[in-house]
Design a protein around this ligand. Sequence first.
Ligand SMILES: Nc1nc2c(ncn2[C@@H]2O[C@H](COP(=O)(O)OP(=O)(O)OP(=O)(O)O)[C@@H](O)[C@H]2O)c(=O)[nH]1
Ligand SMILES: [Mg+2]
Length: 73
Amino acid sequence: MVFLRRLFRRKSKPVNLTICGLDKAVKTTYLNYLIEEEFKETAPTMGLNRKTISFPNLDIHIFDLGGEDFRPL
Ligand SMILES: Nc1nc2c(ncn2[C@@H]2O[C@H](COP(=O)(O)OP(=O)(O)OP(=O)(O)O)[C@@H](O)[C@H]2O)c(=O)[nH]1
Ligand SMILES: [Mg+2]
């Protein structure tokens, strides 16, 4: 987090970040850890999760795609 704050010092446009990968690849677990700084049990993602990490000068919108739902793409 400190690294990201330093990287984006100036006011920037929101950034969209998509996490995609096979089902059970631990995408949602990692996203929850990034935001809440603790590991939590997850359920398979249906569709997608959208979460935002806000810094004073930057919002990062993160789209966590369900591995099974989006596999055909
Ligand atoms: N063995 C092991 N399992 C883990 C670890 N971290 C998370 N898991 C388990 O891996 C499973 C899948 O984790 P998720 O984060 O839901 O995976 P995902 O990539 O979001 O999966 P989808 O939403 O189905 O695409 C869960 O049952 C977790 O409890 C780990 O370090 N080791
Ligand atoms: Mg998931």
